[in-house]
Design a protein around this ligand. Structure first.
Ligand code: GLN
Length: 446
């Protein structure tokens, strides 16, 4: 059914970079036989999955949507892929994204632009745009994305599907090609909250291969989505409903809060006063980390090597020049500058201090409230080409998702109606490692 749907719609949506139909079909067949003969089962038994192309898959091309990795076949699976395999899911292919997960629209892919299934003139969001569009178009029931500053939640909102960024440390990053290691998390994109919880259950938990993955027990998420939210306290940051937010987005969020109230929760206005610094702080820190992480792509160790070089240094330079796109180069330059001696204290160190203030804002509010609720993004999806020449406008799409990564807390985007004909996302933010409470609220609303 998945391949049939992909054949019908993917030439318009363009969500997939790589499809492994033959392997997927034989894997599915083997599972059927194992079920028949040995009663083999699994939480995701036979369910097709699409994987963002910055998550390594053994023997299956993993490009990060970058020309520099156009021919890269990893020799190992990411921890999350092992989790899906254990649950007997069937991976059918790899999904388009902004190059190295840098972007909010998928227009930074080194290969082609994925389109929003609701209206193909519009962006699907990014950087996990392929992951969100594939679910929205009915090509697969679930996908994995990654979220460094909003890259699961923003495309989920723009495509009208459910996307969760887990608490930093909840899911192993082993096998996720690093963008900004202190912010990156892998998470599921699905049609429903229940599906989302089911997938997270299979990929969460400590791994010896990632020292930042948390060694704390993973609760049974499904048992927490009871529909019961009576007496729950919701904080609504005034900064998230201020000017600059599309009227239709505000209206839908206020309507959603009314639904939650009718279910017995209560809400009050709160403040996250340092949120206004989050975008600047994030672009300094994320770019700094990216400049270090992307140093490994040198034409020697991975991927594509330039043919046009006369000596070693020129080979590095030309491989990187030919392999990386404009946005990736912009970030490497910004990050290298921010980390250089003489500027380190003024930029990188300052941004680290601001990050602490932002984190404290969340800690304070979450002492008194069970969850924080607001929009996922200030607007709905925009038209392809509309913002691509203006990086600062593009960066502003993440004002409401970036603070959550800087604070390390979990957050989900669930669909909450439409504005100007395009889907709106409701963002529900929780306490560290309380994805279960986030799911509970999201599921009650849904
Ligand atoms: N849009 C943000 C960026 O370009 C977030 C990306 C992400 O979460 N991977 O960095």
């Amino acid at each position: 059914a998945s391949f049939k749907r992909i054949n019908e719609v993917d030439d318009k949506v363009k969500a997939f970079l790589t499809l492994n139909e033959e392997e997927a079909r034989s894997h599915a067949k083997n599972l059927d036989e194992a079920l028949e003969k040995e009663g083999v089962n699994g939480a995701l038994f036979g369910i097709p999955a699409g994987i963002k192309d910055n998550i390594t898959t053994k023997g299956v091309r993993t490009t990060c949507a970058s020309k520099i990795l156009a021919n890269f076949e990893p020799v190992h699976d990411a921890t999350v892929i092992e989790g899906l395999n254990k649950a007997n899911s069937v991976q059918i292919g790899k999904l388009n994204m902004d190059e190295f997960a840098m972007g909010s629209s998928n227009e930074n892919s080194g290969f082609f632009v994925t389109r929003n299934p609701w209206n193909t003139d519009y962006v699907p969001g990014g950087s996990s745009g392929g992951s969100a569009a594939a679910v929205a178009a009915g090509e697969v029931p679930f996908t994995l994305g990654s979220d460094t500053g909003g890259s699961i939640r923003e495309p989920a909102a723009y495509c009208g599907v459910v996307g969760l960024k887990p608490t930093y440390g909840r899911v192993s990053r082993y096998g996720l090609v690093a963008f900004a290691s202190s912010l990156d998390q892998i998470g599921p994109i699905t049609r429903t909250v229940e599906d989302n919880a089911l997938v997270l259950q299979q990929i969460a938990g400590h791994s010896n291969m990632d020292s930042t993955s948390a060694d704390i027990p993973v609760p049974d998420f499904l048992s927490m989505i009871t529909g019961e939210i009576k007496g729950k306290r919701i904080g609504v940051p005034k900064e998230y409903l201020s000017e600059g937010v599309e009227q239709g987005v505000k209206d839908r969020v206020l309507e959603a809060l009314k639904v939650l109230e009718d279910l017995g929760a209560s809400w009050e206005e709160v403040s996250l006063p340092h949120s206004k610094y989050a975008v600047s702080c994030y672009y300094l820190l994320a770019s700094s980390e990216a400049s270090a992480n992307l140093a490994r792509f040198d034409g020697v160790r991975y991927g594509v090597r330039s043919d046009n070089a006369n000596d070693l240094l020129e080979m590095y330079q030309r491989s990187r020049d030919e392999g990386f796109g404009d946005e990736v180069k912009r970030r490497i330059m910004l990050g290298t500058f921010a980390l250089s001696s003489g500027y380190y204290d003024a930029y990188y160190k300052k941004a680290q201090k601001v990050r602490t203030l932002i984190k404290r804002d969340f800690e304070e509010v979450l002492q008194n409230y069970d969850v924080i609720v607001g929009p996922t993004s200030p607007t709905t999806a925009f038209k392809i080409g509309e913002q691509v020449d203006d990086p600062l406008t593009m960066y502003a799409n993440d004002v409401m998702t970036i603070p959550i990564n800087l604070a390390g807390v979990p957050a989900i985007s669930v669909p909450c109606g439409f504005s100007q004909g395009m889907p709106v996302g409701l963002q529900i933010i929780g306490k560290p490692f309380e994805e279960g409470e986030v799911y509970r609220m999201a599921h009650a609303y849904e």
